[in-house]
Design a protein around this ligand. Sequence first.
Ligand code: LLP
Length: 384
Amino acid sequence: MKGNFPVEKFRTLETPFYYYDVDVLRKTLNIVKSEAEKYNFHLHYATKANTNPRILSIIREYGLGVDCVSGGEIKAALKAGFSRDKIVFAGVGKADWEINLGLDNDIFCFNAESVEELQVINELAWHKGKIASIALRINPEVNAHTHRHITTGLQENKFGINLSQLEEVLDLLPTLSNLKLIGIHFHIGSQITDLTSFKALCARFNDIQELLFRRHIILKHLNFGGGFGIDYEHPNHNAIPDFKSYFEIFHKHIKLQAGQQVHFEPGRSIVGQCGSLVSKVLYVKEGTSKKFVILDAGFTELIRPVLYSAYHKIENITSDETLETYDVVGPICESSDCFAKARDLNRTKRGDLYAIRSAGAYGEVMASQYNCRKLPEAYFSDLI
Ligand code: LLP
């Protein structure tokens, strides 16, 4: 089964481009919202997954907050109309101007990742006569069982305050008078499909909460980050992630105190399945032992296959002919510019259109202009 695309319309557009199915996005938002509301969980969309202004404004309609990791993302979120008091600002290397931007906008919370960062936020807040709300990003040392480049919660990763440093940080905080500790934050990695990793995170959180109790600290805001994976193999059958099971894990396994609020930062699980990269076949080249389909899109438009060996389903949306086996590559002058090897696809000829699926997250946002290429356009199913 292939995706449902307005192929005749596509033929009139310059390729490559991103195509967003707004129905899929809206259905996903309705479900994630209703499943989270069952437990009064709060959602902050991780803007890094896709900052296309239209995508941001659709997500905003559903009342979500945002998780930003740069000053640029904060600006994009504000421009899209997200409310300042629903912005959380994470990131291991926040520059002074970015912290100042957050302070000037009185954002909801800075997720702080190191002792030095806490000291800098405190100092910058002092200069402005403000109190910055802080959540400590803790590295929980939980294995996310995902690609090593997108795992973040292990001791060897650069993210968060290590568990062994936590007491030291708690000792320091009372001396930083322009900070207010309101929460704790975790994010163990991305594209996590094995829910037991989240169960392990809940158990680790419960231990940390015990440690905090011993020091008479009860934090109001508990943020478990993002990371819930999508089904890259079956974007048509399984377009909407199983948010019910995901939230149930946290509901069942975290021990909450009265008044505590639980937050999440989903990125990929919200926007991943609504986007496809559409590309035209430039040439079909017979190699000595294989055939290559050469597309007009390359890793400049979608870098995930090259960077993480990521699988994306690929469809020839203009051919129903018998299957043949191809390597699907791009036009960039590097051998690594390959989307897939030995993929069975309908017999292909020059001018056919390909859809590379599940590209709504970390696709358009990670595009580059290498080889002096143009950044891709984006089209939306309801406006095309
Ligand atoms: N919160 C924090 C602190 C994060 O670092 C991330 C993602 C998220 C939330 C959202 O995670 P998600 O729900 O999207 O898994 N470019 C890579 C993914 C990098 C993820 C970085 N952090 C990829 O294409 O797979």
